[in-house]
Design a protein around this ligand. Structure first.
Ligand SMILES: [Fe+2]
Ligand SMILES: [Fe+2]
Length: 183
């Protein structure tokens, strides 16, 4: 897939629709994960795996789908697969996790009041809406978590930038964004 096609697919409306669909899938995590291939987890170190398994079931399934999608595209670079498997690790900070209402809130606020959304994000970890803040800040927080878990700088960079508006001219980031969007 060309990088320009990736950017087009991630237009704001298509992106919002896709995120909502992904969120609704999380309402029935047992059904959604019934036949999911979780073999990519073998790539994780014990510490990375332990942190991964603390994530809500919906997020674990999405992360496996993204890693599987990358592998199905023929990608074998461990740094990229690990980025796929951990790119949303920042949606759980060890205490609080992003919930469906936070996902919906982000989509709505981004359209009607981006400044409010930014204020909520800035107040983390003290604010009243930590889950909503995590939806906004999970790329940077996830990169820090990944670094603390021994991930390479390349994997951390991919995680930090996985929700950038463009692929930043990086083919691996384009592949990760496309896999994230498709999964
Ligand atoms: Fe994300
Ligand atoms: Fe994701």
């Amino acid at each position: 897939m060309s990088t320009s096609a990736v950017v087009t697919e991630r237009s704001p409306v298509a992106y919002a629709r896709k995120r909502l669909r992904q969120g609704l899938r999380g309402l029935d995590p047992v059904r959604a994960g019934a036949h999911l291939d979780r073999s990519a987890l073998e790539l994780l170190s014990p510490a990375q795996r332990a942190r991964f398994l603390e994530m809500p079931a919906f997020d674990q399934q999405h992360l496996c789908r993204v890693a599987n999608h990358l592998r199905e595209q023929g990608i074998t670079d461990r740094d990229v697969i690990l980025a796929g498997l951990l790119h949303d690790i920042g949606k759980f900070d060890g205490v609080r996790a992003v919930r469906l209402t936070d996902r919906v809130g982000k989509v709505v606020l981004k359209r009607i009041s981006p400044a409010t959304l930014q204020n909520v994000a800035s107040s983390y970890p003290r604010g009243r809406f930590p889950g909503l803040a995590l939806t906004v800040r999970h790329p940077e927080l996830g990169a820090e978590i990944a670094r603390s878990l021994g991930c390479s700088e390349r994997t951390c960079w991919l995680i930090r930038n996985h929700e950038a508006e463009t692929d930043l001219g990086d083919p691996d980031l384009a592949r990760l964004q496309a896999a994230d969007f498709a999964s």
